[in-house]
Design a protein around this ligand. Sequence first.
Ligand code: ADP
Ligand code: MG
Length: 353
Amino acid sequence: MSSEFNIIQNCFVGLCRELPAGDLGIGDDAAVLSVPVEHQVVVATDTLVQGIHFPEKTPAQQVAWKALAVNLSDLAAMGAKPWCYSLSLSVPKSLAKQQWFADFSIGLADLCAHLNLKIPLVGGDTTSAKEGALSVTISAQGLVKQGKAVYRRGACVNDWIVVTGNLGEGALGLQVDLDKPEVCSMPKALKLHALKALNTPVPQTAVGQMLSGIVNSAIDISDGLLQDLTHILRQSSFSSHSVAISAENQMQKGLGAKINLQEVPVSEGMKAYFSQTKDWGLALSGGDDYQLCLTVSETNWQALQELAKALNVKVTRIGRIIDRPVIELVGQNKTESLDWQNAENLTFGFQHF
Ligand code: ADP
Ligand code: MG
């Protein structure tokens, strides 16, 4: 095994790319970065742990892709343009070969190439871990123009609730990975599509950085639609912050959501799964979507649609923000009403503890 110094030199320095004169990335005790004038830095950090966030045997390239993707998804939900990132790796000795690190750095480069992003890796830390306890922490930094970040807290009554892409695909991928009986008969191409969503999710980076001024609130769906929507409802209901909401809306209490289940966008694979199981669980509460859930006024819906069309991103209106603190799930034959404020015992989505 090579020393960590060789590994950093051979595998990671190349991802640092050119920085403005006077700035410094990898190589010293810390990076030094000039913040562009009239911008704010948006910082997201996410850790992926072997066996919890990705299956034990996931190849290094896919682990790297996913670790960066989940961070970029958080930046997208804040309306930020990706700027740079750092990487902290704890790698079991059995994996810590030059090739593993090389593959890992290819995964990072592949995602950036896929998104047409030129963001430098500006530093990190590399340590050993116990066997089976590979852990990857990425902190991604983005930029927003001063005062232009998008928050969870801006949703207003009557806003459309909009999601990008399809929901439940990552969770379906996990069912495939685990060889669950419900997915046995699914065509191979649909299985592969779902596995891809699980292991190499594509964050909504392009659309994310254009959201400011169009949407009232945003969150990325990492823990399942219902759980993440609950965060928007909670923060928008009791907001005393001033961003993008009127004095009247600051007074509003107990927002809710009405969701039309028929409108929730899903892939062909999910449709096949649904026709067999009649279970909406994966699309509503499965984790690992990395799509955006947005709320947008009637007035701005068209602007959002046009933006999404220009970027070739699917956006679907799945419901509305309502003035009662419940989530109403409207199905074909029945409507279910969830009291999200007392949702302690409702397991909506992925929870660690
Ligand atoms: P220190 O002991 O001062 O923390 P390190 O030897 O850990 O320094 O790191 C040396 C340089 O390499 C630092 O600039 C650090 O940011 C960078 N570095 C270490 N690990 C990584 C990594 N996994 N990815 C990118 N840069 C790294
Ligand atoms: Mg260090």
